[in-house]
Design a protein around this ligand. Structure first.
Ligand SMILES: [Zn+2]
Length: 324
């Protein structure tokens, strides 16, 4: 039985690889079968999808996790789902409000899927996303943000979704924006972490509270998870990040170590009264030496130092997490 199961898994895996590499339909992501009927859609090297997404096929429907940075990528994902199953897409979970994870919501909503997210995602999707375009935001960019499809079902600490007998646990967790959730598939030992986990990739800390984030990540991999506040998170062996390739517990710990290291390195500079360029100059050489090979180093190394400095000095502006 176990052998048959594995054989089926392998067959599906190679089918997925073939699908993903079909020359007729270049995809903005790589589709990976990571467990029984659980798929990760990993953004391509050019960043055409903007972020990772994924989906789970249950007995009577499909749940999608995140919807990329643009509708074209979401449509490509929808096409892949329909080529693998005739079951309807019932739910879409947004792991957080950032544009690169919600911009394709409408594609699935138009098919009848219910968009689910933390109260904060609904509260911030049309407002906080404007800041990514800066002060010189163009009218069409503003319209695009204001036209994003917001979650229609929201929750406080989490929600359980059922696809027939298949259970999906959505759990609110703090650190990255104050309004993030992880999506666990307990029967497969898989967690879609959204942007609470970046694999070999420097994170976007614009809304982050790294002190809280570091303890949240302990809950992902701690052996005795039931003694921790994050005990709602089932044990997992596969962790899908918001950016970067599919990872394991070690990769999560490596990312946690990055945040811990960054806080310590920036604190040294802050304690020496360094600010702005001087703070960046004090931390950047060692940051490059240790993490220069990680993706997004050029994009986020400077802002990671400045954001962490602001957090340590207690002057960082972050969105306030929303209740109902
Ligand atoms: Zn992201």
């Amino acid at each position: 039985m176990r052998f048959l199961f594995r054989l089926c898994f392998l067959f599906c895996f190679f089918a997925a690889v073939l699908l993903a590499q079909s020359p007729d339909a270049p995809l903005p992501f790589q589709l990976k079968l990571i467990g029984p009927n659980v798929w990760a859609a990993i953004d391509d090297a050019k960043g055409d999808a903007g972020a990772n997404a994924g989906f789970v096929v249950g007995d009577d429907g499909v749940a999608v996790i995140d919807t990329f940075e643009n509708e074209a990528a979401a449509k490509a994902l929808e096409g892949q789902i329909h080529s693998l199953t005739h079951l309807p897409i019932k739910f879409v979970v947004n792991t957080h409000y950032h544009l690169d994870h919600v911009a394709g919501n409408r594609v699935f909503a138009q098919q009848g899927a219910v968009i689910v997210g933390h109260h904060s995602v609904r509260a911030w999707i049309h407002t906080e996303n404007l800041k990514f375009f800066g002060e010189k935001i163009k009218p069409d960019e503003k319209a695009m943000v204001q036209n994003l499809f917001a979650p229609e079902v929201t929750y406080d600490t989490g929600v359980t979704l059922f696809l027939g007998t298949r259970r999906i646990e959505v759990t609110y967790m703090q650190g990255h924006t104050g309004g993030d959730s992880v999506v666990s598939i307990p029967d497969a030992g898989i967690v879609f972490c959204g942007d609470l986990f970046w694999r070999h990739t420097l994170p976007n800390l614009i809304d982050a509270t790294t002190s809280t984030w570091i303890s949240t990540l302990s809950g992902f991999t701690e052996e005795k998870a039931d003694t921790l506040p994050n005990s709602a998170l089932p044990r997992a062996v596969i962790f899908v990040p918001g950016h970067g390739d599919v990872g394991n517990a070690e990769d999560v710990q490596e990312f946690q170590a990055y945040l811990t290291w960054l806080r310590a390195a920036v604190k040294k500079g802050v304690d020496a009264n360094k600010k702005g360029d001087a703070l960046v100059g004090a931390v950047l050489p060692e940051l490059r030496e240790k993490y220069g090979s990680w993706d997004f180093f050029k994009d986020f190394s400077r802002s990671n130092i400045l954001d962490t400095g602001a957090e340590l000095e207690g002057r960082k502006r972050i969105p306030v997490a929303q209740k109902k």
